[in-house]
Design a protein around this ligand. Structure first.
Ligand code: IMP
Ligand code: MG
Length: 180
């Protein structure tokens, strides 16, 4: 098994590039049949979803797709509370629009639940979620995931957009942390 070292940690390949691309093709087929003919804005959650979003969008080939990008930042100062994140860089008017949020991974689910709540709060008509990866055993809140690429065990992973302390995002395959 191929291994890599990022900072102080060892990772072992767990999901090959081929398996990732196959999962994306399957998601794209499902999404195309449900979204064809609709005007959709895809919201790519940076940084982790950048590679997934690019590959999915190319595979999907929807004529009327708009793609936009946003970052999540923790609220500063007195507003800081728990998991609440501020959406940064979202300038589009979402009023009455069909939204598909593109996320790299759903772990506890708090992040995506918060993004969905805020996007709905901006008046979107329909909000769907597409996540490449889902850790079902890790879920701690109620979320509705419309499109899931792969369900994975509750282990820390890197690659294909996902990082460990800023490194590993550029890897083609996905790697799992090897316990010390
Ligand atoms: P959640 O709010 O717990 O669902 O976490 C979602 C976010 O945590 C993801 O968007 C990732 O940025 C990060 N994350 C969760 N699991 C992993 C992992 O295994 N590797 C790298 N980042 C992860
Ligand atoms: Mg993320």
């Amino acid at each position: 098994m191929k291994r890599i070292k990022l900072w102080d940690k060892e990772f072992e390949i767990s999901i090959s590039e081929g398996k990732i691309q196959q999962a994306i093709k399957k998601m794209a087929d499902q999404m195309r049949s449900e979204l064809e003919g609709k005007e959709v804005i895809f919201l790519c959650i940076l940084n982790g979803s950048f590679i997934f979003s690019a590959d999915l969008m190319k595979e999907l080939e929807l004529a009327d797709a708009e793609i936009t990008f946003l970052k999540l930042a923790s609220y500063s100062g007195t507003q800081s509370s728990g998991n609440l994140k501020e959406l940064i860089g979202l300038n589009e008017n979402l009023q009455g629009r069909n939204i598909v949020i593109l996320e790299d991974i759903v772990d506890s689910g708090f992040t995506i639940a918060d993004v969905v709540r805020q996007v709905k709060g901006k008046g979107a008509a329909d909000v769907k979620v597409a996540t490449l990866l889902f850790k079902p055993d890790s879920l701690k809140t109620e979320v509705s995931l419309n499109y899931i690429g792969l369900e994975i065990p509750n282990d820390f992973i890197v690659g294909y957009g996902l990082d460990y302390n800023g490194r590993g995002r550029n890897l083609k395959d996905i790697y799992t942390l090897v316990p010390d």
